[in-house]
Design a protein around this ligand. Structure first.
Ligand SMILES: NC(=O)C1=CN([C@@H]2O[C@H](COP(=O)(O)OP(=O)(O)OC[C@H]3O[C@@H](n4cnc5c(N)ncnc54)[C@H](O)[C@@H]3O)[C@@H](O)[C@H]2O)[C@@H](O)CC1
Ligand SMILES: [K+]
Length: 514
């Protein structure tokens, strides 16, 4: 699993080494890692180090110290180096080392922000070392002016030192302006704010440089499934599998007005390896569902046995909503997992079982919180995704999967997973229905097996009360990967995402084999 930590956790892990007088050693390791990352990045673009130019924007704290020491190393390796001190002063030893290596120094003041921005924008590399984990709020005054002007000028390769300045390392909240990085080099542990929106959008690719504090780190604040993790947990039908043991998903979706949503989520559930889909809905929708997925079963009356439910995509009309309400009530008393999306989110009881997965987008999450008297807007949710997903999980008692460029999943126990495997082309009609189908299929598969203490989630160290959230995160990741496979850099349709799902399973299966 990829783990991320709050700035507070990282600082606590550093403390014993600082107490032992190792602070300077930690800084050297961080700076060396940062300088190496810049070198690798330049070389990967086929550029020569000698003669290339780099400017470090250095704040007055240790983050600035890391940046200045790194720039000193780059100067010694032949780069033309400039430092802009954004707070007047700087880490004394680091500044001395930078000067000794031949670096040029400018001090930012009230009048020169624009002029310096133009100068810096012409450099090959810009290192953002203004604020790190010691930041309170975002950039202010001339530093904010400089960064805003520089961002407009679209500088070359921007590398963030530990975290992009202005991104809250704990939450991913962003205090604008922020210099959008192509690469963020994180020290000791990836900061949780780099794996949550909107912070992740400012961080670019994130690489981790170990500095020797790792064994002091506590349980991570946030985790992410990587491809090998997904390969390890994906349902794998054994020789004795049959459709009922593979998981049967009941789907309550679609209406006369929205027939496509039902057709797409059933198609996606089917593509994600479910044993069977039972579709509960009006005949006019069922015809479309079956035209696309003839393997599905239409259940006009009482359905046969299912292991999990998906409710909500395209749901509309009094009668249909009542049907969904009845199914939710019976799922609750039978202890069945349910994936609740779109129209069905309004039908939730005050407290949900912990094996229900809610899949709202930011606007739906705001509405959901509003029912609990938390007055927030869609924009509020978008600016503090982890916070509000956790709050909703706490209030409802269910797993909350908040859809976005980075999808955040919070369990009622407080655990957070985040996945970011998709691409912007996926924000298209029906994409959420595909996600519902995938997560539904996984819920049905794992309901039969896989979530006990002998299963693959336990083997990854995922605690019992985190496992349904983990299932949702796996679904989000498969959705994102299928979207990337369907897009290959161009537009896609929701049906295209659904069609790509089996390829994702195949790809991950090869991972497992090899
Ligand atoms: N603590 C350690 O031993 C290590 C820290 N490291 C680096 O040090 C960073 C943390 O260093 P610091 O604790 O010095 O903090 P920062 O370097 O993040 O900056 C905080 C400094 O800026 C001021 N400040 C806070 N918010 C501000 C704002 N909004 N605008 C302007 N100034 C503001 C603070 O008063 C403080 O002086 C990490 O991110 C990492 O880069 C690494 O060198 C590894 C070792
Ligand atoms: K920084």
């Amino acid at each position: 699993m990829i783990s991320a930590f709050t700035g507070t956790q990282i600082r606590a892990a550093e403390q014993p080494l600082l107490d032992a007088g190792e602070g300077a050693v930690l800084m050297q390791r961080a700076a060396y890692g940062l300088a190496n990352a810049v070198v690798r990045e330049l070389r990967s673009e086929g550029r020569r180090l000698y003669g290339s130019s780099v400017t470090v924007l250095a704040g007055k704290g240790n983050n600035g110290g890391d940046g200045l020491f790194a720039a000193a190393t780059l100067a010694r390796r032949g780069m033309r180096t400039t430092a802009v001190l954004t707070a007047g002063s700087a880490h004394p030893d680091a500044l001395a080392a930078f000067r000794a290596a031949g670096g040029r120094v400018h001090v930012l003041d009230e009048d020169n922000a624009e002029e310096l921005a133009v100068l810096i924008a012409g450099d090959d590399v810009v290192i953002d070392a203004i604020l790190g984990t010691g930041a309170r709020g975002g950039l202010r005054g001339s530093a904010a002016e400089l960064v805003a002007a520089l961002e407009e000028l679209r500088p070359g390769l921007v590398v963030a030192c530990d975290t992009p300045s202005g991104v809250d390392a704990d939450t991913g909240e962003v205090h604008w302006p922020v210099l959008t990085a192509r690469l963020t080099v994180a020290f000791g542990g990836i900061k949780a704010g780099l794996m949550a929106d909107p912070g992740e959008g400012c961080a670019g690719r994130v690489i981790l440089v170990p500095i020797g504090i790792e064994e002091n780190l506590p349980a991570p604040a946030l985790r992410r499934f990587s491809a090998p993790d997904l390969a390890a947990v994906l349902p794998d039908p054994g020789r004795r599998a049959q459709k009922y043991t593979r998981g049967v998903l009941g789907v309550v979706a679609g209406s006369g007005r929205y027939t496509g949503a039902a057709a797409i989520c059933v198609q996606a559930a089917s593509a994600a390896g479910t044993g069977m889909v039972r579709y509960l809905g009006p005949e006019v929708v069922a015809r479309q569902v079956l035209a696309r997925t003839p393997e599905a079963i239409w259940e006009p009356a009482e359905p046969g046995r299912v292991q999990a439910w998906l409710l909500g995509p395209g749901l509309d009309g009094v009668e249909r909503l009542q049907r969904a309400r009845d199914v939710l009530a019976s799922a609750s008393s039978a202890g069945q997992p349910a994936v609740v999306d779109a129209g069905a989110l309004e039908l939730l009881p005050e407290r949900c079982p912990p094996n229900w997965i809610l899949t709202p987008h930011a606007g739906e999450l705001a509405a959901l919180l509003g029912r609990g008297e938390v007055r927030v807007t869609r924009e509020d949710v978008e600016s503090r995704t982890v916070h509000f997903a956790r709050l909703a999980a706490e209030h409802t008692g269910a797993v909350v999967l908040l859809k976005g460029a980075t999808t955040v999943v919070a369990s009622p126990s407080g655990t957070v997973f985040s996945q970011s495997d998709g691409n912007p082309w996926m924000s298209t009609a029906g994409s959420g229905d595909v996600l519902g189908g995938i997560v539904g299929a996984l819920a049905a598969a794992y309901a039969e097996s896989g979530l006990d203490d002998h299963g693959p989630f336990a083997a990854l160290g995922i605690a019992p009360d985190e496992r349904w959230a983990a299932v949702a995160a796996v679904g989000a990741s498969i959705h994102g990967m299928a979207g990337s496979a369907a897009s290959r850099g161009g537009p896609l349709t929701a049906s295209g995402i659904a069609r790509a799902v089996p390829d994702v399973f195949r790809f991950l299966g090869e991972y497992r084999a090899g």
